[in-house]
Ligand binder design. Sequence first.
Ligand code: NIG
Ligand code: MN
Ligand code: MN
Length: 324
Amino acid sequence: MSNYSETFSNIYTGRPSGQQLYLHEKISCLPITKVATVASEKCFALLGYACDEGVKRNLGRPGAANGPDAIRKHLGKLPNHLPTETLVYDVGTLQCLEGDMEETQQALGDSICLLLQQKHFPIVLGGGHDMAYGTYNGLKKYVGKSETIGIINFDAHFDLRNNLQDDGNTVNNSGTPFYQIAQDCIENGSPFKYLCLGIRKDANDRTLFETAKKLDVKYVMRDTFRIQFHNEINAWINAFASSVDHIYVTIDLDGFSSAYAPGVSAPSPMGFTPDVVLESLKTIMGCGKLRVLDIAELNPDFDRDDQTAKLAASLVHFILHDLP
Ligand SMILES: N=CN[C@@H](CCC(=O)O)C(=O)O
Ligand SMILES: [Mn+2]
Ligand SMILES: [Mn+2]
């Protein structure tokens, strides 16, 4: 079972300016049932996915269910440079009840589809990376079967774990979302287009590399995913983008070095840096195909001085301000 809760505006606090100098004065909280098509050219919708059931099932460290509110608390304090006609709504949070992650993913997919139909750009705040299965399916439902979706995942991990157990049952978790998507694509005869940026050799076993190869996954290893190689990285991103109709970006915070992002279930001591992610996001946004973005795996229980929550909030700030 999943539960929807609307966001109360008192989560967004900061310096009062009376002239919308800060995002807490810009973001409007709106129940998702009241979302309507807007005349404004640009309208963002922030949606929480408060679920760490997938992390628990994947033997990780629970706590990501508190990720969405931790991001909101820091986002509100950041400066607002948006034009008045750009709208930013917070449309609430989906909570996973009684461990029913699948129902929460389904609710996420339905919400994403609804927001896209109403011409909003959804930004999902997580939450375990199992959210990717919900976000992707929402976009798929919106664009229809004949359109190709490319997934770009900033992550230390492939998250291509096989969800089929020895006893024949399936167990989905935060490490299986892209495997599940791949299986659906195979079943539907649609291409599985997946690009991973920042893969760590010391965080993915041999079978995961074999699965990636079998599924023709494109990936950039962490030691190459560095700002020094931005020309090459941009060329790979552009080549990938030109082979798809729509792009879904998913940012797993555990791909960042734990110097930047300690507040995750599975930290990366030798992860990537924010500069290469921002550079890559600029390239992706420049393609004009980005339709939805989510940020996964914030676990405030393990954060240090809120730096991971602040990093996530700054990523949202960047998307709000730099999406063309
Ligand atoms: N979403 C995270 N997935 C990783 C977790 C790794 C870990 O817990 O060490 C994975 O399953 O590979
Ligand atoms: Mn990861
Ligand atoms: Mn992940």
